[in-house]
Design a protein around this ligand. Structure first.
Ligand SMILES: Cc1cc2nc3c(=O)[nH]c(=O)nc-3n(C[C@H](O)[C@H](O)[C@H](O)COP(=O)(O)OP(=O)(O)OC[C@H]3O[C@@H](n4cnc5c(N)ncnc54)[C@H](O)[C@@H]3O)c2cc1C
Length: 436
């Protein structure tokens, strides 16, 4: 790629062309901004390997707004909803209905498909200049504000300046490090392994499934092309096996689960991935005029499947709060403040509960109460799914009204879980629909 050596000016410089960065660039450019999108990977087909790519329903509106939902469907992406096996039975189903009466959903699609598709969408958006093979190496600051970057690649170094600089460079954000911002962290007591397998036969339909015992969590997420992602998170230390034994250990664990998927025909696709330590970490969403989106701002326990959706959504929150002032050449401070507020209003409470769950290995009393109620009552399960799919704040489940309802459901139904048969039938019906 040819890179000019002199400084170039844009409305927005975005560093990192993965989910958060591409979505930021697309939404800003569609509103009329001139955006440069800088990516250190040289190839447009590059993708993030370490991900189980369950995109939550909370991100459906922004995927639709960008036209990404159609591209995902064309590529065979699977509309997702989920069910959870708990010590009290199965809990789950769709988090609700859309305006047209169809179930709300997110998508499962492998990053090897998703990342290139979104990067291409960004590159083809008028107003976006995608520069690949360039790494941000230094910040340009003026009057205490971050106003640009210096980026280097095989073709040399380039200075890029803009009214707004956006760090979309992921969990280990170099942009944040250059700005002198250290992430805040909280520990994660589990580590995990994951493997893509072709030919996994789910015995309860095609819903994504998660088994939660408290200390351990396992999941199977059906994706496009008959490939499922199978993952197992266990207390730290328990997966310290030779790498060669991990796949068999993972399969054995999956086979031992209640209503276990059948793995007889299952063949690995790509490498087994192991995650040794993954503390939760987060940073302020705005630093000296620079906005942080996606994992650069918040990267929490992956077992919750939240980072992809929030990467896309945080891009939308940023674009919607600053782009009008950006184009009118007004002060960006109020818009950036609004972005930081939106970010913490939506993510803050989820972060509190996610950090808390990652830091211990057993359900607490409140989780036992809620899961037990969800296993017995379909409406209550739906309410839980709205929180799990990040459509609603977890505070809605810990209100006195919700907790009293959970107590009442548990008292009324005792140990029965009548809701399970309905869930299973729904799963089977979904499977028949997909097969047709
Ligand atoms: C094991 C695991 C499983 C997960 N499973 C799920 C899941 O099921 N569902 C879910 O929603 N989330 C999941 N996540 C989280 C999800 O992968 C991330 O939240 C998501 O990728 C964040 O997107 P992003 O665009 O912010 O950052 P990234 O996808 O990390 O992208 C950052 C981009 O910035 C580029 N970059 C970095 N530094 C520079 C630089 N200096 N200059 C230029 N470019 C740079 C990188 O090359 C990359 O393209 C999982 C994470 C892990 C670890």
């Amino acid at each position: 790629m040819e890179v000019a050596m002199s400084a170039q000016r844009f409305d927005v410089v975005v560093v990192g062309a993965s989910l958060a960065g591409c979505a930021t660039a697309i939404l800003m450019a569609r509103a009329g901004a001139k955006v440069v999108l800088v990516e250190r990977q040289a190839h447009i087909e590059a993708y993030k390997h370490l991900c189980t790519h369950f995109i939550q329903a909370s991100a459906l509106p922004v995927m639709r707004r960008m036209g990404l939902d159609k591209l995902i469907e064309q590529a065979g992406g699977v509309r997702n909803d989920a069910e959870f096996h708990t010590p009290y039975g199965w809990v789950g189903g769709s988090p609700g209905l859309q305006a047209d009466g169809q179930p709300l959903h997110g998508y499962n699609i492998r990053r090897s498909r998703l990342d290139p598709m979104l990067r291409e969408l960004a590159a083809n958006t008028p107003g976006v200049s995608l520069m690949t093979g360039l790494s941000a190496k230094a910040l340009i600051e003026r009057d205490g504000h971050i106003v640009g970057i210096e980026a280097s690649g095989p073709a040399g170094t380039v200075s890029l300046e803009a009214r707004l600089v956006v760090a979309a460079d992921g969990r280990n954000s170099e942009m944040a490090r250059l700005a002198g911002v250290k992430p805040r962290t909280s520990p994660n007591q589990r580590h995990g392994v994951l493997q893509a397998l072709r030919g996994v036969d789910l015995t309860r339909g095609t819903r994504s499934q998660m088994w939660m015992t408290g200390p351990e969590v396992a999941y199977v997420f059906p994706n496009e092309d008959g490939v499922s992602i199978v993952a197992w998170m266990a207390p730290k230390g328990s997966l310290n096996l030779p790498r060669t034994d991990l796949l068999e250990a993972l399969k054995a664990r999956i086979r031992s689960l209640p209503d276990a998927p059948r793995l007889l025909q299952a063949e690995p696709v790509g490498e087994l991935l192991a995650v040794k330590d993954f503390p939760n970490q987060w940073r302020p969403p705005v630093v000296r005029g620079m906005a942080l989106v996606g994992d650069a701002a918040t990267s929490l326990d992956y077992l919750q499947g939240i980072g992809c959706g929030w990467a896309l959504q945080s891009a939308e929150w940023l674009a919607d709060t600053v782009v009008t002032d950006l184009l009118a050449r007004r002060d960006l401070a109020p818009g950036l403040k609004a972005y930081a507020r939106t970010h913490s209003n939506i993510i803050g409470a989820h972060r509190f509960f996610i950090n808390d769950f990652a830091g211990r290995l057993w359900f607490n009393g409140m989780e036992k109460l809620l899961y037990a109620a969800g296993a017995k009552d379909a409406d209550f399960a739906r309410r839980m799914m709205r929180v799990g799919t990040r459509l609603e704040s977890p505070l809605s489940l810990v209100s006195p009204g919700a907790l009293l309802r959970a107590v009442w459901i548990n008292l009324r139904h005792g140990k029965q879980a009548p809701h399970d048969t309905r869930l299973k039938l729904e799963g089977m019906a979904e499977q028949r629909r997909m097969a047709a």
